[in-house]
Design a protein around this ligand. Structure first.
Ligand SMILES: Nc1nc2c(ncn2[C@@H]2O[C@H](COP(=O)(O)OP(=O)(O)OP(=O)(O)O)[C@@H](O)[C@H]2O)c(=O)[nH]1
Ligand SMILES: [Mg+2]
Length: 300
């Protein structure tokens, strides 16, 4: 196929934490690749989701939420990863929620408009907008904030307008050969995805600081005939967080394990045997060395 016949390129999904970037990536790719939760700062890594058709390939870049708080090594890591992901791409999708611009949206907005590449504004969570007459004024206000290439309202949750968004994005991609093999859906391997699915259950199942004090590492990932055998360690920061995560008679950890196992079976299409351990690594989230060894290093 000649270069002119195919379109392909990179699109970064950017925005404040919790605005729906990972939900949108999964929706656009049509597969669950990135973990999501109702808690801010769920995504800690840069991750690609690749959508190919016969003639087009869109490489979506999911990023941690951009936030002005730069306290602590983990926050700085997340902002650095997200900020660096704005460079070297063909266009940026900046996301806000249909409830309107918030103070938290200003930091990502300023960073994104500085890049000098086309920015498509996505107004997400359209399903939550009860009064549709508020959409037009929100689009007008948005137009005054910056020069967006386009403004597209969507619902990542229901999929409303996702096809329109895809078409808008395609217009901003160059005519060039595919960047990745047509059957590849992510840049991340099964070990990474497995560890993320465990972390997702912790973000979904626990309150307050526990999710933020947690990291997951895969100790064993073995494929035998018909099954995957996965051993993982859940790291917490303090001794006191261990009993919270494990729960009475191990019940809470069991719930995390069985939900993560089901999600893995769905993603990997194989039976999964999952064993979890909880261990303490004092203050890991504020140590550059610990972050590095847990897989949070420069990913750009
Ligand atoms: N009602 C509704 N909820 C949505 C929509 N999109 C995402 N959500 C919810 O918003 C929450 C955050 O979604 P995520 O996709 O994890 O958000 P994110 O921007 O990736 O967040 P971080 O990774 O923390 O930066 C989850 O509870 C999602 O289910 C939507 O279109 N409508
Ligand atoms: Mg996310």
């Amino acid at each position: 196929m000649s270069d002119a016949a195919t379109r392909s390129g990179l699109v970064t999904l950017a925005g404040r934490p919790n605005v729906g970037k990972s939900t949108l990536l999964n929706r656009l790719v049509g597969q669950k690749i990135s973990i999501t939760s109702s808690r801010a700062q769920t995504t800690r890594h840069r991750l690609l989701g690749i959508k190919s058709t016969d003639h087009t390939q869109i490489v979506y870049v999911d990023t941690p939420g951009l936030h002005a708080d730069n306290k602590g090594v983990m926050n700085r890591h997340m902002n650095r990863v997200a900020g660096a992901s704005l460079q070297g791409v063909d266009c940026i999708v900046l996301m806000i929620a249909a409830s309107g611009w918030t103070k938290q949206d200003e930091y990502p907005l300023q960073l994104v408009v500085k890049q000098g590449i086309p920015v498509i504004l996505v107004i997400n969570k359209l399903d939550q907008l009860k009064d549709r007459s508020k959409l037009l004024p929100l689009m007008e206000l948005s137009n005054r904030k910056a020069e967006f290439a386009e403004i597209v309202p969507v619902s990542a949750r229901t999929g409303a307008n996702a096809d329109d968004l895809e078409n808008v994005i395609l217009k901003h991609l160059p005519h060039q050969p595919f960047l990745y093999p047509a059957d590849q859906i992510s840049d991340r391997g099964e070990r990474f995805l497995a560890s993320e699915l465990i972390r997702e259950q912790i973000f979904r199942g626990f309150q307050q600081e526990v999710p933020y004090a947690t990291a997951v590492s895969i100790e064993q990932f073995k494929r035998t005939k018909g099954a995957l055998h996965i051993d993982a360690t859940i790291w917490v920061e303090k001794e006191g967080q261990k009993p919270i995560l494990i729960g009475k008679d191990g019940q809470r950890l069991k719930t995390v394990g069985s939900r993560a196992r089901l999600a893995m079976q769905k993603l990997f299409g194989a039976k999964v045997h999952l064993h979890l351990w909880v261990k303490v690594r004092e203050g890991w989230s504020d140590s550059a060395r610990a972050l590095h060894s847990l897989g949070y290093s420069d990913e750009t």
